[in-house]
Design a protein around this ligand. Structure first.
Ligand code: F6P
Length: 322
């Protein structure tokens, strides 16, 4: 009897650690007796029958690499009932029993739709934003934050030398976790996140003035991408405090680089778990981390979990950096 075939794809924005997850999926699948295929460029690969056979050695020398060796894409064509039906038919025509999808919540919706169309899918959270509400952690978050801390430490050198203020935009469209965590770790005087409305006078200018009054001469302000406006904020700080200010947008550099130990480890655990779930005959599940444990949930339920922002940590940041 032929071995059952499964496939793995990465979708949405890439994240450091995706390769470690793919590696874990491939090696666990082979250990479980599956034949395993990589799908190139996310859901687009399912639409184009772009399946690449993988073996133990296909994923050698990838655990330490950023990006995704399977490439990634956002696929508008897949996001329609016709697209999902075509992808499901291609899987069935190629005898693909199930698919492991690594990506963000858009990718999860795709995995749910494909599961409903008859192809069992298991999703793994891979995005630097940490914005998957059902999981305490998403693959890539730690690496991205360490990159931000490194970049802001460099900015701090020049900011300090010139007695300036640096207003730094970090990634996170709807989620301020990167901003909050890195803001604390870099001693930012103000942190602006999409979850908490802000008042520039009270939350930025007044904080800089009060720190300045106690002798502080250089300042870091961290702004999440979802808040934006670093140029205006920087001009306003300069105009109202007299402190020379410079805006910096860190951008996509945050998405690259070798994954940290944490990202490699969690990606490996999640990839292993995803294949075990397919082996058990499960479908429409997402692998998440809750209270340091790797568990699985129904994708539809997981997508309905409401976001919790760590207000206590946000309040603590205001006390710690002044
Ligand atoms: O992957 C998440 C993310 O990096 C967000 O933080 C950011 O808003 C977005 O992706 C950028 O997407 P793109 O790759 O399309 O520029």
């Amino acid at each position: 009897m032929c071995a059952k075939k499964i496939a793995v794809l990465t979708s949405g924005g890439d994240a450091p650690g995706m390769n470690a997850a793919v590696r874990a999926v491939v090696r666990t699948a082979i250990d479980e007796g599956f034949e395993v295929y990589g799908v190139m460029r996310g859901y687009n690969g399912l639409l184009k029958n772009d399946f690449v056979p993988m073996n133990i050695r296909s994923v050698s020398d990838t655990i330490h690499k950023g990006g995704t060796s399977l490439y990634t894409a956002r696929s508008p064509e897949f996001n329609s009932p016709e697209g999902v039906a075509k992808a499901a038919k291609n899987c069935m025509d190629n005898d693909i029993y199930g698919v492991v999808v690594i990506g963000g919540d858009g990718s999860f919706r795709g995995a749910r739709d494909l599961s409903n169309a008859g192809v069992p899918c298991i999703a793994i959270p891979g995005t630097i934003d940490n914005d998957i509400t059902s999981s305490d952690y998403t693959i890539g978050f730690d690496t991205a934050m360490n990159t931000v801390v490194d970049m802001v430490d460099r900015l701090r050198d020049t900011t300090e030398s010139h007695d300036r203020c640096s207003v730094v935009e970090v990634m996170g469209r709807r989620c301020g976790d990167i901003a909050l965590y890195t803001g604390i770790a870099t001693g930012a005087t103000a942190i602006l996140v999409p979850e908490v409305p802000y008042d520039i006078e009270k939350d930025v200018i007044a904080r800089i003035k009060s720190s300045s009054a106690t002798g502080k001469k250089h300042f870091i302000v961290i702004v999440a991408e979802g808040v934006g406006g670093v140029e205006e904020i920087s001009k306003r700080i300069e105009a109202e405090t007299g402190i020379e200010s410079r805006p910096s947008i860190l951008g996509h550099v945050q998405r690259g680089g070798s994954p940290t130990l944490r990202d490699r480890l969690i990606a490996s655990q999640m990839g292993y778990k995803a294949v075990k779930l397919l082996k058990e005959g499960k479908s429409n599940r997402v692998v998440v981390m809750q209270n340091s444990e790797i568990i699985d949930l129904d994708i539809t339920e997981a997508l309905n979990v409401k976001r919790k922002f760590d207000v206590d940590l946000f309040n603590a940041s205001k006390v710690l950096s002044n």
